[in-house]
Design a protein around this ligand. Structure first.
Ligand SMILES: C[S@@+](CC[C@H](N)C(=O)[O-])C[C@H]1O[C@@H](n2cnc3c(N)ncnc32)[C@H](O)[C@@H]1O
Length: 325
């Protein structure tokens, strides 16, 4: 970690909205400096973005993206002290090439993806992300204005087998088939509208002895539906590839993921781009390395951080640096 850097904003920056996870490690890996151009692809409350922006002036620039309009508004407040160097855009991160083209920015020096949902999204009554909010509509869209099916639409309309596959593949839920069967039976009488209805079904489908001790029994089903509603895994693969294309030589891509499906996508892409993946070039040769890994194994938060912010507990931080040609 550089020790000549300006003091980062207080940890509380964006903190009530969402406490930035592994903030100092993220900043150390991305190495923001005056004059550099950075992207925060997942602004949330702007906590990471503020820590990066503090190092980019003078002469640098921070471009921040989020698909959720609430996040844009909150990040705008958090980043107000850096307004001169900050540009915020409501966009999905797989549209990064278009966003950069529109801003006439060809290449960037660093980019952060802090995946998943923010504490604010989880804790806001009415958005349907949390099973703790039984009366909330079963929605889960990060950007409701963009339309698209809600979680209720999926559980009410998908054939039972597709629903089981969706839950299993997006969360490794062992009880996926039984949960899908219970949903398919119950929706015939009353379509699903509220979070509490789905929680009741999951609890009914899972024998008490099979419920996990360390998390709510509905956690995996909710995660699976959220991933599907927001098409999170498909978008991630495309976005990471295009981010590397726009990185200057020496530029760094850092990714914080929170479950094994996300981390697998990051790990496999990094392996391929660093020349360690399966041979995919002509005659099974490996294509030349485009990046070097800055983290051979993912970094995890310290025990003190997890104690202070339990939502950090599953974080995996990986980073890679673009190589010279
Ligand atoms: C974990 S939070 C980021 C928190 C942020 N680093 C901070 O310090 O507050 C993840 C954010 O990414 C956003 N997000 C998730 N998927 C996205 C996508 N495909 N495109 C743009 N934003 C996305 C969510 O709306 C959410 O605000």
């Amino acid at each position: 970690m550089r020790n000549d850097s300006p003091a980062p904003p207080a940890l509380g920056a964006g903190g009530a909205y969402h406490i930035p996870v592994m903030r100092d490690a993220v900043v150390a890996l991305l190495d923001p400096r005056p004059g550099r151009v950075f992207v925060d692809a997942t602004l949330g409350g702007g906590g990471h973005a503020a820590a990066l922006a503090a190092h980019l002036a003078p002469g640098g620039r921070l471009i921040g993206l989020d698909r959720d309009p609430d996040a844009l508004a909150e990040a705008g407040r958090t980043l107000a002290p850096f307004a001169e160097i900050v540009t915020l855009v409501q966009a999905r991160f797989d549209s990064l090439p278009q966003v950069l083209d529109d801003l006439q920015v060809e290449m960037i020096d660093g980019i952060l993806f802090d995946l998943g949902v923010s504490s604010h999204q989880l804790d806001t009554p009415g958005r349907g992300f949390s099973f703790k909010d039984p009366d909330a509509p079963l929605d889960m869209r990060m950007n409701p204005a963009a339309g698209g099916p809600t979680a209720a639409d999926l559980v009410n309309t998908l054939p039972e087998r597709e629903l089981a596959a969706l839950i299993r593949e997006n969360s490794d839920e062992r009880w996926a088939a039984r949960i899908a069967r219970f949903i398919a039976e119950r929706r015939q009488g009353t379509p699903y509208r509220a979070v509490g209805q789905l929680v009741e079904t999951v609890l009914a489908a899972m024998p008490a002895g099979a419920r996990p001790d360390d998390k709510h029994a509905a956690t995996r089903t909710f995660q699976a539906l959220r991933i599907a509603v927001n098409d999170e895994l498909t978008i991630l693969g495309h976005a990471l590839e295009s981010a590397v294309d726009r990185l200057n030589k020496g530029g760094v891509l850092a990714v914080l993921s929170y479950h094994s499906l996300e981390d697998r996508i990051v790990k496999q892409l990094f392996a391929r781009l660093s020349g360690r993946g399966e041979g995919q070039g002509p005659y099974g040769t490996r294509p030349p390395a485009v990046v070097e890994l800055l983290t051979r194994r993912p970094l995890a938060p310290a025990a003190e951080e997890v104690a202070a912010n339990p939502r950090a507990r599953s974080a995996h931080l990986r980073a890679a640096r673009r190589l010279p040609d």
